[in-house]
Design a protein around this ligand. Sequence first.
Ligand code: MTE
Ligand code: HPA
Ligand code: MOS
Length: 749
Amino acid sequence: MKNKDSYTHVRGESLFVDDINIREGTLHGVVFDASVAHAKIVNVDYSAAEALAGVVKILTYKDIPGQNQIGAIIQDEPLFAEDEVHYQGQPIALILAETLTIAKKAVKLIKIVFDELPVVTTAKEAFDKASFINPARTFKIGNNEDAFDNCKYVFEGETYTNGQEHLYLETQGVYAYPLENGNIKIISSTQGPTSVQKIAASVLGVAMHKIEVEVIRLGGGFGGKEDQATPWATMAALGVAVLNKPVKLILERHDDMRMTGKRHPYESFFKIGLDEDLKIIAFEVDYLQNSGAAADLSPAIAERTLFHGTNSYFVPNAKLTVHSCKTNLPPNTAFRGFGGPQGMFVIEAAIEMAAEKLNIPAYKIQEVNLLQDYDEFPYGQIAKNVEIKNSWNQLKKDIDFENKLKEIKEYNKQHDSTKLGYSFMPITFGISFTNTMMNHARALVHVYQDGSVGISTGAVEMGQSVNTKLLQIAAMKFGINSSKVKIETTNTTRVANTSPTAASATTDLNGKALLMACDAIQDRLESVASRVLKVDKESIFFKDNFIYIKDEKSSLSWDTLIMEAFARRISLSETAHYSTPKIHFDKTKEKGHPFAYHVYGTAFTIVKLDCLRGIYDIESVDIVHDFGKSMNIGIDKGQVEGALVQGIGWMTMEEITYDTKGRLLSNSLSTYKVPDIYSAPKNINVKAMESNGHYMAILKSKAVGEPPLMYGIGTYFALQNAIKAFNPKCKLRFNAPMTPEKVLLSLYE
Ligand code: MTE
Ligand code: HPA
Ligand code: MOS
C-alpha cells in the first residue's frame, strides 16, 4: 500500500491550512516582530498603523486575558514581548486587518524605539557568562578519573555542528474561528494539538474544553511544529477571543525562517581514551547547546544528546555533561533526531581523531567497540537484541568491503585531481519519548452501520505516512478492504490529552491503541457471528470482507455481520488506551530503562572530491537498516532515504548564519541551500536487515522516522577521508557543515 495521500497530493487536492475556505468576516494576521536581537523596548507607536483603513485591531500583551506565557517545559517565554526583546524575530504584536495586503502595509507603519543591549549569539559566549536555561545535566558510567590514567592513548578535541532550518514545505499557519458560547476552534498545522489547546487555553484564561484543536495534515513538520506551531495558533485564538471573528495567520517563508527556532548548534569538548586493542576505555564530553533565548524543548533535547552520546559503542567509563546555553537567537527546537545527532557527531569525531593520530582507519576503532547484548548504556539500560554488529557485518559483506577498499585506494593512486573518500556510520537510536510520562496514546474507532470504519487517534499526518499505517492496521485486523476504512482528522475533542507526533513513536503508540480498540470490537462481533453461524467463537475469523469458519468462507459478509450486530444493539464503537510498559527513568540518579527498544543500522558512504574546486559528489550510500518486520517497506525505505538526505544537508551544505548582532543572514532560499536532486547521493541502496523486530514495536515493525537521519553524519567523515587522501597534512576539523569552501581551504592548507 502506498501513502494513501499520494493521489490527492499529486493532484494538488490535499488540504492544508491555507486551502481551507475561509468564513465571511475573516481577519488576516501579520506578526510584528523585533528587528533587533536584544533590547529594551522604549516606545512603540502603533497610531499610524491603527489609522490605516481596514486595520481592525493590533493585539499586544495588554490584550491577553490569561497568562502571557507559552513555555511548555520552563515558563520563560512570553507570547508577546512586554518591555524587552531577546531575539530578532520575537513577536511583539499581531496586526489584524480586513485583508492580508492591508495587514502587511500596516506592519511597516509601526514605529518602535529600542534601547539596545549586548547580544550573545554563540553557546561558548553564553557559557563563559554563565548564561544558562537550566542547570547542567550529567550521565555517568564507571569511573572516568581513574580510567583515563589507565588508557594507552588519550586524545582531546572540540567539535561544532551548526543548526538546521526545518524548511517544511508548508510554513507555520493557523485558521481559528468562534463557535457559540465563547468556544473557539483552531485549525493548526501542529504536531502537538494538545499543546496548542493547553497553551491557548492558558493564554486566554479559559478552560481547555473551550478550545477545540483540529489538524488535517502537515506539509512537513520535522520537529519544527512540535512546540513552535503553538504561538501562531494562540495568537489567532486570541484574535478570535477579543474580536469574535475568524482569524487566519500564515507565516510567509521569510518570516517563518526569521521568527522560528531551528536545530540547536552545539559546541562540544571531548576527551577519549583507548587501550592498545583500540577499545574505548573512557570518554568525556561537555556539550554546549545553543538553546536560544528561551527553553522551548531544549532541556528534553539536551537530555537526548546524553542518551546518544556513545552512539553504537560500549563505553565502560563515560561522563557526559550538557549545558543548555541561553543566547539571543530564536529559541531552538526539536528537529529530527532531537539532539541525538549532535551527540553522535561528537563520538564519531573523537574516533576519527584517535584514528588519525594512530594512523589507522577509523572503522577499525568503530568495529571493535560496537555494542553487544548485555552491555550497559551510560543511562543504565542494558542493551538487548542488539543488531548493530549484524547490520555492520551484513553491510560489509553486501558491499564486498575488502575489494571496495582496494578499488578506492587504487583510484586514489591513479587520480591526482579527484579523490575518493569513505566512511562507516553505525547508528543506535532509542525509541520512546525520553520523558516516560509522554509515552501513551488513545484511539477511537467507529464501525458504521454499513460496515465502513472511521478512526481517530492522536497521530498527526505530516508526510511520514502514519495514517497509511493506521489504515493498514485496521483493515488487517477486521479483514476488510482498506477502502472501507477512513482515518479522520486529528481533533482534541475526539482524542484528548495527546502527546505530540514525535520521537518516531507515533505509529507504535497510536497503532497499539488502535489494535486494542479493534480487538474489543472484534471480540463483540465474533460473539454475534458465532450466534448467527451457530459455531463457536474460537473458529471465527475475519478475512476478505467475509467471516471465515476456520479456513472456510461462510456466507456471512462483514457488512451483514455489522447489520446483525447493530440490530442486536451491540456497540460498534470503542476507545482504547495504550501506554508503553516497562519503561522508567529516575532523573535524580540519571539511570533507568527509558526506551522500549533501539533501532540499529549502518551506512557506508563514498564521496568523490574535485580537488581543484573543492566540490564533491556523493557517489553512493549503502545502508543496512533494522526495520524489524516492516509493515510497509515502501514507506519505510522512503523514510530512510528522506532522513539520510536531510542528514547530509545538515552535515554538508545547510549553513545558518547570524551576524554578530544576532540577525539571521541565511533568511531565504537564495542564501540557505538544502539538498536537491543534484546534490543527493547518486546511489542510495537501502537494505532491510533480517531481524525479529520487537514486541513493543507496532506489529514488530520498528519505528523509522528519525534514526536514519544520522546516517548523513557518515558523509562528513567520508569527505574528511577524501581530503586526507589529497592532503595528508591538513588538520582534521570537526566543524559542520563541510561546505565546498571549507573543503577547499583544507585541501590547500
Ligand atoms: N517525514 C516526513 N515526510 N515529514 C516529516 O515532517 N518528521 C520526522 C519523521 N519523518 C517527518 C517525517 C520526525 S522529526 C519524526 S519525530 C517522525 O517522522 C514523526 O512521525 P512518526 O512518529 O510517525 O515516525
Ligand atoms: N523526542 C521527541 N520529541 C520529544 C521528546 C523526545 O524524546 N520528548 C519530548 N518531546
Ligand atoms: Mo521529531 S524531532 O521528534 O518531531
